[in-house]
Design a binder for this molecule. Structure first.
Ligand code: NAD
Length: 305
């Protein structure tokens, strides 16, 4: 497999800093391009905070270079990950620049959450070396990276990217068709669609709905994926259940009107203090803390084998 040394990360916000941290922790030479000076100057401190949370060596942050010059950042890069804002036109401009400025054999990856890589790379000559790599937040604690094959992405680009990510201790998943949302976000939002529809219809309140998930199949999910679960209970039983349940599930083609009304009314969730539920500062902090503790302890279990 190809030997990568110099990693460039484009955009040093939430995801870019976390992705840079993962590469730096694995001893790659990492440079982050970030146009906003304030964000650029805060990057190392943010990485130190993440490393402290994980109980890892904070010196890793010191090895990350930052730059406000894109050409300089990518001039000797052999692997580039773009983590700029989720705007198609901006990502297209960045990829056109990267095609021109990075070495001809560098792999160019985008951390887009939902935009097909084929749309970002439209019209570019070297789309064979361009690939989607959808990391999850926080990138240093969530193992999945979806490796999305655009219509023109070469098999070699996929193989090298998968091997590189595996070497970082990640769980790369090859997504063979370039559809919005890839795999995991499509599944996640299929669940959210049904959850929102049930609350909107008054079947239960939001707290009860979350409790139903956390105290049932949510407990099994870390060891039992949905298709393993179907095999475990039997496809005959699964078919019988689907004959009754599937016709009842929400099948609306767009966002639920209830969600639209919540947003229009300014009920945005943690940001405004009320979303599906009302959140005090203490409740918000508790939930964030619980999530961090859970993700860190899961990571420690993985590290200890
Ligand atoms: N936040 C998440 O949970 C999450 C998860 C997975 C994927 N993503 C995706 O990762 C990407 C980055 O998201 P984020 O949450 O880190 O956003 P962010 O806003 O925290 O960071 C984006 C950074 O890009 C910088 N930027 C602006 N213009 C730029 C340019 N022309 N070139 C380079 N950098 C530029 C901004 O100054 C900012 O610091 C998006 O595509 C997003 O959809 C986000």
């Amino acid at each position: 497999m190809r030997d990568f040394k110099n990693i460039a990360v484009i955009g040093g916000g939430l995801m870019g800093a976390g992705i840079a941290q993962v590469f730096a922790a694995a001893d790659y030479r990492v440079t982050v391009f970030e146009p906003n000076e304030e964000v650029r100057l805060s990057l190392k401190n943010r990485v130190v905070e993440n490393l402290e949370l994980m109980g890892s060596d904070v010196d890793i942050a010191g090895s990350i270079e930052t730059s406000g010059d894109l050409a300089e950042t990518v001039a000797s890069a052999d692997y580039v990950t773009e983590a700029a804002p989720e705007k198609l036109d901006l990502k297209r401009e960045i990829f056109a620049d990267l095609e021109r400025l990075a070495p001809a054999d560098a792999i160019l990856a985008s951390n887009t959450s939902v935009i097909p890589i084929t749309r970002i790379t439209e019209g570019l000559e070297t789309a064979h070396r361009m690939v989607g790599t959808h990391w999850w937040n926080p990138p240093y604690l969530v193992p999945l990276v979806e490796v999305v094959q655009g219509e023109r992405t070469s098999a070699a680009t996929i193989d090298h990217t998968m091997a590189l990510l595996r070497g970082l201790g990640k769980e790369p998943a090859h997504v063979k068709k370039d559809l919005p949302g890839f795999v995991a976000n499509r599944l996640q939002h299929a669940l959210w669609r049904e959850a929102i529809a049930m609350v909107a219809e008054g079947i239960c309140d939001a707290q009860t709905l979350d409790s139903c998930v956390k105290n049932s199949f949510g407990l099994r999910l870390p060891v039992l994926g949905p298709l393993e679960n179907a095999d475990l209970v039997g496809l005959d039983l699964t078919l019988d259940i689907h004959k009754t349940v599937i016709p009842e599930l929400d099948r609306s083609a767009g966002p639920n009107p209830f969600l639209e009304q919540q947003v229009e009314a300014g009920r945005l969730g943690f940001k405004s203090g009320e979303g599906f539920r009302i959140w005090s500062e203490e409740e918000k902090n508790n939930l964030r803390e619980q999530l961090s503790v859970h993700l860190v302890s899961t990571q420690r279990e993985r590290d200890s084998g």
